[in-house]
Unconditional design. Structure first.
Length: 320
């Protein structure tokens, strides 16, 4: 069941009181939040109300559904400073025929229209997606439609998957199952295209200052590369170095760094002149210090929690 907005906001407030600065509203289709209590605009209102909570700096949500994504949510994103300029909008396929076979209630032009409206209101929005290739009956022409939509959408990242038969599902009984070699070939072509787009989108960030919420343990090579890692406001992964003599940010602090290089999956921000990091100490960083002191285990990650909302949920972590 959907929890009432007041109950949700009270729980967010409690989390903020404990040092949380970022929350993520999580559900299979967050746009349906509020239907059970008769308010189809409830999710946009929830975003706005959460944005009024003092100390809550970053709000995200996932995942909306293209068939139910409405302009009131876009307006709430654009008009609420705490709602970050990032959006995960699942595409699945760019072929209308495949979407119909998947029983998806939207089509590619509707999907692209949503992205256009988001970017009209939030020009700097970074949009990510999910795509599956090799669904039963997918032709080469269908696959080319997916590539066309990917080129137009210019996703900052995409979670790409190969269809495989799962016994007991309707798709497993469909005719025209695609040979594994064909699925693999299409997958590789899709990944190559998306990686090129992601690289171009990330390279466009070079020279820009970005605000990075410092994480703990997200960068697998941080120790070897003498870097730290975090997420930008639009959710890009950013690795940055700590110049000699600079203060070291804590997980949960925010650093402002200049992007110096890019790859398809991350940004690099290495100091070019050895200047100290620009660090904003935060309540989350303070909470990290307290957690470290209480655990007496330097380097352990703080506990994270999932807070149920009924259909949606708030996923939170001490680090955001």
């Amino acid at each position: 069941m959907d929890r009432r907005p007041g109950d949700v906001l009270s729980e967010v407030q409690a989390l903020v009181d404990h040092g949380v600065t970022e929350v993520t509203f999580l559900g299979q289709n967050v746009n349906t939040y509020g239907v059970e209590f008769g308010d189809k605009l409830a999710f946009g209102k929830l975003l706005r109300a959460a944005g009024e909570i003092e100390g809550l700096e970053r709000i995200r949500f996932t995942s909306p559904h293209p068939a139910a994504f409405t302009d009131d949510v876009i307006d709430a994103m654009a008009e609420t400073p705490a709602v970050m300029p990032s959006l995960h909008m699942p595409l699945q396929s760019g072929s209308d025929a495949v979407l119909k076979a998947m029983k998806r209630s939207y089509r590619s032009e509707k999907f692209l229209g949503i992205l256009d409206r988001v970017r009209e209101k939030i020009p700097n929005a970074a949009i990510t997606t999910d795509i599956i290739v090799g669904f039963p009956g997918e032709t080469e022409e269908d696959f080319q439609e997916t590539l066309r939509v990917v080129r137009l959408a210019r996703f900052s990242a995409a979670f790409t998957f190969q269809y495989s038969i799962r016994p007991g599902t309707p798709a497993a009984e469909m005719p025209n199952q695609i040979p594994k070699a064909v699925v693999q070939d299409r997958y590789e072509r899709l990944v190559a295209l998306q990686n090129q787009i992601a690289l171009e989108e990330n390279e466009a960030q070079i020279g820009k200052d970005v605000n990075v919420l410092v994480a703990a343990g997200e960068g697998r090579k941080d120790a070897a590369s003498l870097r730290m890692t975090g997420r930008t406001e639009d959710f890009r992964l950013a690795h940055f170095d700590v110049p000699a003599g600079s203060d070291v940010p804590r997980p949960g602090d925010v650093v402002t760094v200049t992007v110096t290089a890019a790859a398809p999956y991350h940004l690099l921000a290495d100091s070019v002149d050895g200047s100290p990091l620009r660090i904003r100490r935060t309540r989350s960083g303070d909470a990290w210090d307290r957690a470290e002191a209480e655990s007496c285990a330097v380097g352990d990650e703080p506990a994270s929690g999932n807070v149920s909302l009924g259909l949606p949920g708030i996923r939170t972590s001490l680090l955001g």
